[in-house]
Design a protein around this ligand. Structure first.
Ligand code: HEM
Length: 457
């Protein structure tokens, strides 16, 4: 019956448009297991070879059309974005407290607008000195460790930068505990298809979510009393009023802070891990970054305590290209999924209402059509402007990541201190990549670091 239902949709036509070729596989599960086991790139490559650039499948309980061209990205994220809602698998959306009607609620729309506006360039620029302090604090704690599990340690950095940036909060035992609870939630998202059964890690992750929400509420209440002169995004959210002049409720605020922090720290720490992996494997590029750019910058400082400035940040073109190339190859967000709110005809492809459309960023970023020698780590490719809509690590359109400038600035500061002060070697064996909730290295990249003897400025 399930197959019949799907097929009857497929042969229905709207102005001559047709659902693309593909495979439904098993009822409800569809091809989710294959997608999960193979990872997006292999899954996309095999299906594209068989069915063409746009194909249909069944993922996470939904009929899904997968597209991976710049035209499709533009259509889905920009020109036709109003016909779609952001989609997450139910088990993930429950952990995130995400509702599909979310963007339609008036207050939620105001909050979203505030978040995008609050992460402005000026704020990022003003935070360089603070991020500088946090980077030194975290890196100096690595010196005593015989084995640094990069993901675990860069997480501390990204989490505390995000907390300072969003809520003006300094590191404390309470924030470390909050970070551990978050980490448990992220870990639970790695597993495909989860059910809330007592004793399972998913059930425990939902309990941890409750704890993080409590910590978030505590932060909100503390911030209300602080009356800080420097306004952070949380202050701006607290000032919001609905159409009746009522302030945003604490319930909404704590969920918003929860989601905001989630977006802010996990992807960023994963980015650092990938950068360390690629630089470790490309010693020549590492030496160029170190000698030609970062050492020169450090030598220009009057004392070792001199923090980086915004001028320094914008004078790191080589390191910036390393970050771009890492984002392209690592594909931290390997795909984006949207759900159609109406029947849509996209260039003869029929997208029925309720179906999902998945944009395969992983394939777009690694396609030889748009990127020469795509699997080669070659930051110099970014010396020339990339072809339009072929590089979207932060998405595009109204939901484009508002934290992208902060993420890049953090990475530049972090790399500055890492390469000028330390050398490192990989001490773990390759364990492969996990793709959910983001593309990251299994094992978290264990390294051993040594302080450089020439660091005597
Ligand atoms: C390397 C680091 C990061 C990557 C790769 C990344 C990637 C992304 C992507 C791809 C999206 C769009 C999702 C979609 O449209 O479905 C997104 C959204 C978002 N990101 Fe980031 N992000 C990063 C860092 C950050 C940081 C540092 C912050 C906050 C300070 C942040 C806050 C957000 C928020 C709030 C959204 C939701 C925007 C909306 O729904 O309108 N992200 N991010």
């Amino acid at each position: 019956l399930w197959r019949k239902n799907c097929n009857s949709v497929q042969i229905n036509k709207l102005h001559g448009a047709q659902v693309p070729k593909g495979n439904w596989s098993l009822p409800w599960i569809g091809e989710s297991l294959t997608f999960y086991n193979q990872g997006p790139y292999q899954f996309y490559s095999q299906h594209i070879a068989r069915y063409g650039r746009t194909f249909r499948t069944h993922l996470m309980g939904n009929p899904t059309i997968v597209m991976s061209t710049p035209e499709a990205a533009k259509f889905l994220l920009t020109t036709q974005q109003k016909s779609f809602l952001v989609f997450m698998p139910p088990s993930v959306s429950r952990l995130m407290g995400f509702r599909s009607t979310y963007k339609q609620e008036a207050m939620a729309a105001k909050m979203n607008k505030t978040i995008h506006e609050s992460l402005h360039f000026e704020l990022v620029r003003n935070k360089v000195a603070k991020v500088d302090r946090i980077a030194r604090w975290v890196l100096s704690s690595w010196e005593k460790q015989p084995c640094v599990v990069t993901y675990e340690e860069t997480k501390k950095f990204a989490f505390h930068v995000a907390l300072d940036f969003i809520a003006g909060m300094a590191p404390s035992p309470e924030t470390m505990k909050m970070m551990d609870d978050y980490s448990y939630i992220v870990k639970a998202m790695e597993t495909f298809m989860q059910f809330n059964i007592p004793g399972t890690s998913y059930h425990k992750a939902l309990e941890k979510r409750q704890k993080v929400l409590e910590s978030s509420l505590h932060i909100v209440k503390k911030r209300r009393l602080e009356q800080s002169k420097e306004k952070c995004p949380l202050d701006l959210l607290m000032e919001l009023e609905d159409d009746n002049g009522d302030k945003i409720s604490d319930d909404l605020l704590q969920v918003q802070l929860f989601q905001f922090m989630f977006g802010a720290f996990h992807s960023t720490s994963v980015l650092f891990v990938w950068i360390l992996k690629f630089l470790g494997e490309n010693q020549l590029i590492l030496q160029q970054v170190k000698v030609a750019e970062q050492d020169t910058l450090r030598i220009g400082k009057t004392s070792p305590e001199d923090p980086l400035s915004w001028t320094d940040i914008v004078n790191m073109p080589l390191t910036s290209r390393v970050i771009q190339e890492t984002l392209r190859i690592a594909n931290i967000a390997p795909f984006m999924t949207r759900q159609a709110t109406e029947d849509i005809n996209y260039n003869g492809i029929w997208i029925p209402k309720g179906w999902c459309v998945q944009l395969g960023l992983h394939y777009l970023h690694l396609s030889p059509e748009y990127h020469k020698d795509p699997l080669k780590f070659d930051p110099s490719r970014f010396q020339a402007p990339e072809k339009p809509v072929t590089f979207l690590p932060f998405g595009s359109g109204v939901t484009m990541c508002p934290g992208r400038e902060l993420a890049k600035m953090e990475a530049l500061v972090f790399l500055h201190y890492l390469v000028t002060t330390y050398s490192w070697e990989n001490i773990g064996s390759e364990k492969g990549i996990k793709y959910f909730p983001t593309s990251s290295l299994k094992g978290g990249l264990p390294i051993k670091i040594s302080k450089l003897s020439e660091y005597v400025i």
